[in-house]
Structure formats: structure tokens, C-alpha cells
Design a protein around this ligand. Structure first.
Ligand SMILES: Cc1ncc(COP(=O)(O)O)c(C=O)c1O
Length: 474
């Protein structure tokens, strides 16, 4: 009994039963409660801790549900052996997920066409620092607790206004949950929706999202793409109950989902009581035509979960993303998951809120749109001038990356290696396919956000040298 002295804090917004459950779980995982250890009876422990029987019972139910303890009739609750549990043959191992490694360049790279790099030189660091200092000096942080698990209310208000005005997303701040980027939000969503139903996903698609779903034990069904977006007949056949799409700018192919495909998806979701996860990761940057409204804005049946991020439009290092939940999922979140801590830093949330409120965000977006449009124009012009008929440009209507299909005999790996020989990094696209053999042949990805105009011109010149000469690369 001496081991079991949890510190339960009544003033903490996390319910007591969760605190108790977390304490026992922690002790089990750390090995301080070993396999076979018998937990105190509910009655004994509730008296000892001066909490209700229900509090202990709820904590125990959660531990049983997670397989950390087992109930033996008329004997009590016992800690299970985690190792044997994990090794036993009937334990369902998650599907293999890709391991993620930073690319190791064998050559010195001085022009990096990485799709995740934004333009750092034009980020208004001075203003950001000013608002950050204001936040640090204000009382807001001292009086901050209990914090809102959905994230700072005022920031959610700013985001709701922005989404409505620019993306046609209809969301009250109430429906928005902030998080430290897209992946933690997908993890949370898995818990809210549940993991028993299959998720359909674009193939090729956002590998990290696929890995996140699989790591939760969700079965992911890859669906190929056509000119209009995710193939609808394949989706219908999949029997999935949710689908993950990037309609404004398919990642990585760059397709923009047609209006009729959007309507098909929405009706599919309505008829099948399914959900659509709309990842609108870089819709701010569009170079041709009018902005396309979000799927969420077209949804009359409350089946769309809208996810956005500040990683592309601001900086990836700020680590703030947002998710707009339809009412039915919001209720589930509130009932079961609102005890979870907010993952995005309150310091950055409050800084961002001031940044948006003072109009810096709109000014920044305006500047970046002009700048990225210019970079995009130069990139396309230089490709046409220096690579001409030797390549086909794919997916160049929007966003911060394009694909280049090279009409040469080189395979993807060779294209990447030849570029590196010239000090230029371009990226394979086969990693985004569930079956890399099915990737578009001889195609690589080029992001241009983080490069100067000079680097773009120079980089394309070096690619022409790398790819158009017939010398071997040993
Ligand atoms: C399709 C897609 N969604 C979202 C993101 C952003 O992820 P995060 O918000 O975690 O930075 C990326 C980043 O490359 C992406 O490619």
C-alpha cells in the first residue's frame, strides 16, 4: 500500500478519476507496480484517498479497458505482464509504418528544393518578437490556468473569422480545436472517431498522416486518383467509414478536386454516415483562377472535419494547427476527451492571436502571396527555358511545390543522385505511394518557398546540366 500514494489535486481541471488512472498507469509502465501486483479494493482505496467509490471505479475501468490490469473473479484486480502481452501471438501488431529518416546527402547541397521550407527572410520576426514579449510580460500566463483544452479562445475567434472570410468555412470558435500541428490533431481525431472502421486515403498521399492513422491501429485503404481527385468508384467499393483528402491541392500530385467530385464525396458521406477529413494545408497560395471554397463550406450534413495549419503560411516551427469538428464529433470530444491537455504552446498561441488581431497576419499573407507568385513564375519560366521539352510540369496551379517528370532514361533515384552531384536537392515522390513501384516514373518533387529567385534560376540551370547530359554518375 505504501507505493500507492497518488497526488490527487482537486483544483486541477483534470477529473480525479483520470488523475488516479494516470498515476497507476505510470507506476505500471515504470515497473514500480510489477505483474501480478494486486490493486487495493475499490472500497479500501476510496476510504484511504477520501474520494468517492465512483472515482476509483472509473479509474479501474479505464485501466481494464487498456489491458493494463485484469480482473479475477472474487480475487480482485491484478497488474498484467506487459512484455508477455506484447509478445503474445494474438496481440494485433499495428500495420508497418514507414520509418522517417532525414535525407542524408552524400554531397554538399547549396540549393535545397525541399517542399517544407518557407521563406524565412520575409518573416516579420520583429513584430513577432514584439507580441511575444508582450505576452511574456502580461499577467495572462500567470492567470492562465485552468487552460482551455481546445486552445486559447481569442485565437480560435481569430481563426474562425479568417476561415470564414477566406475559405468559406463555417465554424464557430466553439468547434475549433487547436493542436501542435496536423499530426497530433489526427491522433486526437482517431480517438474521437474510434479506430474500428477503415479510413480511405488518397494514394499517393500524405505519408505521415497515413502512418499516424496506422499507428493507432486504423486500417487504411489506399484509393488511387484520377484527374478530378480521389477515385469515387474505388472509394465506394472500399467500405471505409472515413476518407482523408487534400482537395484544394492534392498532396503530392497537386490535383485540384473538381466541384462534382466534391459533391459526390459529400453525398457519399451523408448516405454512409461517414466522415471526410479535409486537409487544407496550403490553400493560401493559389496562382490561377478564383479561390476554391472548402469542402467544409459546401457541407450541409455536418460530415466534414476541416484541418488547417500555420506551418506553410507562417512557419513550421510555430507548431500550431487547427481542426474544425462537426457538432456530433464535438460532443463526443467534450464527453470523452476534453481532459486531454492542449498540445500547442500557450505562449505561441497568444502571440499568434495578437499577430492576427493587429492585422499582421493579413499583411504577412498578402506579402507572401506576392512573393511566392513571383517565385512560382520564375520557376516555371526557368524550367521552360532551361529544361524545355525534356520535362513535364505537374501540379503547378497552386501551393509551394511542383512535380517534374523527366523524359529521360533516368529513374527517380538517379535523377535525385545526379542533382545532388550538382549540389541541388530534389525529392523522390515514390515515398508517398503505398506501393512505390506504382509511382509516376522518372518524377521528382521540387519545393520553392525557401529559395531566393537567384537560387531558383541557378538551381534549374544545374538540374539541366545534371539531367540533360548523358555522362554516367559514378
Ligand atoms: C499534406 C500536408 N498536410 C499538412 C502538413 C503540415 O503538417 P504540420 O501542421 O504538422 O506541420 C503538411 C506538411 O508538409 C502536408 O504536406
Amino acid at each position: 500500500m505504501s507505493l500507492l500514494i497518488p497526488h490527487l489535486d482537486e483544483s486541477n481541471p483534470t477529473p480525479l478519476y483520470i488523475q488516479l488512472y494516470q498515476y497507476v498507469k505510470h507506476e505500471i509502465i515504470n515497473g514500480r507496480l510489477s505483474p501480478g501486483y494486486r490493486l487495493p479494493s475499490k472500497r479500501k482505496w476510496s476510504r484511504h484517498l477520501q474520494v468517492s467509490l465512483n472515482t476509483v471505479d472509473n479509474a479501474y475501468q479505464q485501466l481494464i479497458a487498456e489491458g493494463l490490469v485484469e480482473s479475477k473473479p472474487r480475487k480482485g484486480l491484478f497488474v498484467v505482464s506487459l512484455e508477455t502481452d506484447l509478445l503474445s501471438s494474438d496481440f494485433e501488431t499495428p500495420k508497418p509504418t514507414p520509418t522517417w529518416t532525414q535525407p542524408v546527402f552524400s554531397q554538399q547541397i547549396d540549393i535545397n528544393f525541399h517542399q517544407g521550407n518557407p521563406d524565412l527572410k520575409h518573416f516579420p520576426f520583429q513584430q513577432w518578437r514584439k507580441y511575444f514579449s508582450q505576452v511574456c510580460m502580461s499577467d495572462a500566463l500567470i492567470h492562465h490556468y485552468p487552460e482551455d483544452p481546445q486552445g486559447e479562445w481569442e485565437l480560435r475567434e481569430e481563426i474562425a473569422h479568417y476561415l470564414y472570410a477566406s475559405r468559406g468555412v463555417s465554424a464557430s470558435p466553439d468547434q475549433i480545436i487547436l493542436g501542435a500541428g496536423t499530426l497530433p490533431l489526427i491522433s486526437l481525431l482517431c480517438r474521437i472517431i474510434g479506430t474500428e472502421h477503415a479510413f480511405a486515403m488518397e494514394d499517393p498521399g500524405f505519408t505521415r498522416a497515413r502512418a499516424t492513422l496506422q499507428s493507432h491501429g486504423v486500417s487504411v485503404q489506399p484509393i488511387p486518383l484520377d484527374q478530378e481527385g480521389i477515385q469515387f468508384t474505388a472509394l465506394q467499393k472500399s467500405r471505409a467509414k472515413a476518407v482523408y483528402v487534400t482537395p484544394s491541392h492534392q498532396f503530392p500530385l497537386g490535383t485540384i478536386m473538381s466541384f462534382s467530385r466534391r459533391m459526390q464525396l459529400l453525398k457519399w458521406a451523408r448516405d454512409n454516415h461517414a466522415f471526410i477529413v479535409e486537409d487544407d494545408y496550403d490553400s493560401e497560395f493559389r496562382y490561377h483562377g478564383r479561390p476554391i471554397p472548402s469542402l467544409q463550406g459546401l457541407d450541409h450534413w455536418e460530415r466534414v472535419i476541416y484541418i488547417g495549419t500555420f506551418s506553410k503560411s507562417l512557419l513550421p516551427g510555430i507548431r500550431i494547427g487547427y481542426m474544425v469538428l462537426p457538432p456530433v464529433l464535438l460532443e463526443r470530444y467534450r464527453n470523452h476527451f476534453s481532459w486531454e491537455k492542449q498540445t500547442a504552446s500557450p505562449l505561441h498561441q497568444q502571440t499568434l492571436q495578437r499577430f492576427m488581431k493587429e492585422g499582421e497576419w493579413e499583411r504577412h499573407l498578402h506579402r507572401m502571396r506576392t512573393l511566392y507568385r513571383k517565385k512560382h513564375q520564375v520557376l516555371i519560366k526557368e524550367i521552360e527555358r532551361q529544361l524545355g521539352e525534356a520535362v513535364q510540369i505537374i501540379g503547378a496551379r497552386t501551393g509551394l511545390h511542383i512535380l517534374l517528370r523527366v523524359h529521360q532514361r533516368w529513374e527517380e533515384t538517379e535523377l535525385v543522385q545526379r542533382s545532388q552531384k550538382e549540389g541541388v536537392a530534389v525529392y523522390p515522390i515514390s515515398v508517398y505511394y503505398t506501393c512505390p513501384d506504382k509511382a509516376l516514373p522518372s518524377t521528382v518533387m521540387l519545393g520553392f518557398g525557401g529559395l531566393t529567385l537567384h537560387q531558383i534560376r541557378e538551381g534549374i540551370g544545374r538540374l539541366a546540366k545534371a539531367w540533360l547530359s548523358s555522362t554516367s554518375i559514378e
